[in-house]
Design a binder for this molecule. Structure first.
Ligand code: ASP
Ligand code: MG
Length: 407
């Protein structure tokens, strides 16, 4: 089989951990597989390189920044290849450029444009175990570019696509995707599989497993992959295209976000263009708005509420003051912190009704008050008091029977 594995920064975070990865890779090689291993920089290295750049310049030139930060991965591939050679495995480290990983777009957040797998395939056929630098590629003019933080995931998925690998494994410090965060919901269960869209939705509401761009890329190119632990050999979670069986499960997982805040603006004229003005001002201040609720009072004045992360609250208030005084003297801005957001995600929602009602009932039974509500095709999110967010997660998890293995 052709196997692509990716090890993240923590998994290669020390010399011992690199040796651990080497012994795992050696075992695969000895089983007769063709193996390409994509690695991240040792944990903390990328951050340190970025900090070094800021010693030289308050706004480091992005081309040069890419030249610098891409060296983190070059250290770890060389070290892993050395460890493998030491134990008699014919390993060879290669850079993104050598792996044919062509990029386009801006420095520090480039996209993958093309991937020519002929060189890597040739090396595998010669019996080499390839150790590929993640996170980096080369644009058509020959400049080194990087793929955004966490971009080694993307490198791995792309290399798996180019090699038409039989198996693509993302090895990390969690052992899969769970129905909820086990630290919050003790009976959370590891999911045997999840669809690309469900993982993307869960990531958008606080469940961080891997870089979302790489999940999108995998979806686009139909790369099925597995998220599993680099510290044991337990099966992880397969991330794949959705199939009809998946719909029998209503909810795949529950996710929470803390530190949310709400801004409510009342007494603004109900006129065309008003929302655009307000949201425009917030966008300009780089405030990331999440949920939006608008309604019209009987006196013809409108009221808008938005949620955002608490860290954005100060910037939001500063941006709103001048914008609102320009449109109405009476407009009032109120803010409220201490808000948590609870979301449920599942493609089964498309074909099951009453999901929202069941979720709200579970929260009501716990005496938890719901603030704002938003929905998408496969997700329902509500705000609740932050100090009840964990109770809320446990109640909803239980209500949908997520602790039980589906029949
Ligand atoms: N080393 C890069 C980062 O820390 C890429 C990666 O780890 O995937 O973002
Ligand atoms: Mg990393």
């Amino acid at each position: 089989m052709v196997i692509v594995q990716k090890y993240g920064g923590t998994s290669v975070g020390s010399f011992d951990r690199i040796r651990n990865v080497a012994s795992r890779v050696k075992a695969l090689h000895e089983e007769g597989h063709q193996v390409a291993v994509v690695v991240s920089a040792m944990s903390g290295v990328t951050d340190r390189l970025i900090a070094m750049a800021h010693e030289m310049s308050s706004e480091p030139d992005e081309r040069e920044l890419d030249v610098l930060v891409s060296t983190g991965e070059q250290q770890s591939i060389a070290l892993l290849a050395m460890a493998l050679k030491e134990s008699g495995v014919p390993a060879m480290s290669i850079t993104g450029r050598q792996a044919g990983l062509r990029t386009t777009g801006s420095h520090t957040r480039a996209r993958i444009d093309a991937l020519d797998g002929s060189y890597t395939r040739g090396l595998l056929d010669e019996g080499k175990v390839l150790i590929v630098a993640g996170f980096q590629g080369i644009d058509t003019d020959g400049h080194i570019q990087t793929l955004g933080r966490g971009g080694s995931d993307l490198s791995a998925i792309a290399i798996a696509a180019s090699l038409e690998a039989d198996v693509c494994q993302i090895l990390t410090d969690v052992d899969g995707v769970y129905t909820a965060d086990p630290r919050v919901v003790p009976d959370a269960r590891k999911l045997p599989e999840i669809s690309y869209d469900e993982l993307l939705e869960l990531a958008s509401v606080g469940t961080k497993v891997m870089q979302s761009r790489s999940v999108e890329f995998a979806k686009k190119f139909g790369v099925k992959f597995e998220v599993r632990s680099s510290l044991n050999n337990n099966p992880g979670t397969i991330v794949t295209e959705e199939h009809p069986n998946m719909e029998s499960v209503v909810i795949r997982g529950v996710s929470i976000e803390r530190s949310q805040a709400r801004v409510t603006i009342t007494d603004i004229p109900d006129q065309p263009g008003m929302s655009a003005k307000i949201l425009g001002a917030l966008a300009e201040a780089e405030v990331n708005i999440d949920m939006i609720v608008s309604n019209i009072a009987s006196d013809g004045m409108a009221r808008h509420s938005f949620t955002m992360n608490t860290v954005d609250l100060g910037r939001a208030q500063a941006a709103l003051q001048p914008c609102l005084s320009a449109v109405s003297e009476k407009a009032i801005v109120e803010t409220e912190g201490g808000i948590g957001k609870l979301s449920v995600v599942g493609i089964g929602m498309r074909s099951h009704s009453g999901v929202a009602a069941q979720m709200f009932q579970a929260l009501g039974d716990e005496g938890i008050n719901i603030g704002m509500i938003s929905t998408s095709e496969i997700k329902i999110s509500v705000t609740v008091p932050e100090d009840r967010i964990e109770d809320a997660a446990r109640a909803v998890h239980k209500s949908f029977g997520l602790e039980q293995t589906p029949a």
